[in-house]
Design a protein around this ligand. Structure first.
Ligand code: HEC
Length: 268
């Protein structure tokens, strides 16, 4: 009697456990999910791509606006000093005013205390968090990386960043992908699940130049700005490169003509 009761109990427990166990099995492992759903970045034609490409100043300013109003809540941009923003078309006065909207830590003062003061053009853009630990604590353990070099740090960086934030959050997670708390599905991320919630929504910023702020537009604008941040001297590099090519082409012609001239008599 006791045995029968026990096995009945065991059967019940098994029955109860069965559906949960099945549900577990329906999910793909992380590797399988990546294999099945990971997407390579789309290709965008940015004005700065190609060997002759240059930045569109208006787009750079729109991108900075998106960084400032959206991404800077979580991501730092430590390598960019305010003064360099004159390169993307702001006047020195505008840069001064922009910098003054931020507070940076300075000191120690005569009493040995650190203090905060409005930023100056010579300061670097301050981080949203005091340190990495604080930023992890505010983001469920995940670290929002500094964006200064992100377009260089990932393969096909600009296409990747624009795809990740501009296209990646439109799909619902497929049913066989298990999304835990604090995780979000994005097929452009290398494991298809990341700790960044969708950052961009339609009309999230209001552009002064009247450009419609669609998710894709904001994504491409902020990507262009981050491409500039990662390599502010890109245009100068391309100009030098083209100059060198023209110089070498002329040099080849000159050397060939003089070679002909020098050997003229010998060959006859
Ligand atoms: C609410 C906080 C938050 C906001 C706002 C935010 N991010 Fe993130 N972001 C994160 C976190 C957290 C991670 C780390 C995700 C991970 O590793 O799972 C991350 C990661 C990233 C990555 C790195 C992905 C990789 O390959 O490692 C990029 C690129 C990125 N964010 C771009 C942006 C851009 C561009 C914006 C603004 C449009 C933005 N983020 C706004 C929190 C945020």
């Amino acid at each position: 009697m006791k045995k029968a009761l026990l096995s009945g109990f065991a059967a019940l427990t098994l029955l109860g456990a069965a559906p949960a166990a099945m549900a577990e099995e329906e999910y793909l492992t992380s590797e399988e999910a990546t294999e099945k759903y990971h997407k390579y970045p789309e290709h965008f034609s940015f004005p700065q791509s190609g060997i002759m490409g240059t930045f569109d100043r208006a787009q750079l300013q729109r991108g900075f606006q998106v960084y400032r109003e959206v991404c800077s809540a979580c991501h730092s941009l430590e390598r960019v000093a305010f003064r360099t923003l004159t390169q993307i078309g702001y006047s020195e006065e505008e840069v001064k005013a922009l910098a003054a909207e931020y507070e940076v830590q300075d000191g120690p003062d005569d009493d040995g205390e650190m203090y905060y003061r409005p930023a100056k053009p010579s300061d670097y853009i301050p981080s949203p968090y005091e340190n990495e630990q604080q930023s992890r604590a505010s983001n469920g353990g995940a670290y929002p990386p500094d964006l200064s070099l992100i377009t260089k740090a990932r393969p096909h960086g600009p296409d990747y960043v624009a795809s990740l934030v501009g296209l990646g959050y439109t799909d619902e997670a497929p049913e066989d992908v298990q999304v835990s708390d604090g995780q979000y599905y994005n097929p452009y991320f290398h494991t298809v699940l990341l700790a960044m919630a969708q950052p961009l929504y339609e009309e999230q910023v209001e552009y002064a130049d009247g450009t419609p702020a669609t998710i894709e537009q904001m994504a491409q604008d902020v990507t262009t700005f981050l491409t500039w941040a990662a390599e502010p001297s890109m245009e100068a590099r391309k100009r030098t490169g083209i100059g060198v090519m023209i110089f070498l082409a002329i040099l080849i012609v000159v050397s060939y003509v003089s070679y002909k001239k020098v050997w003229e008599d010998v060959k006859k």
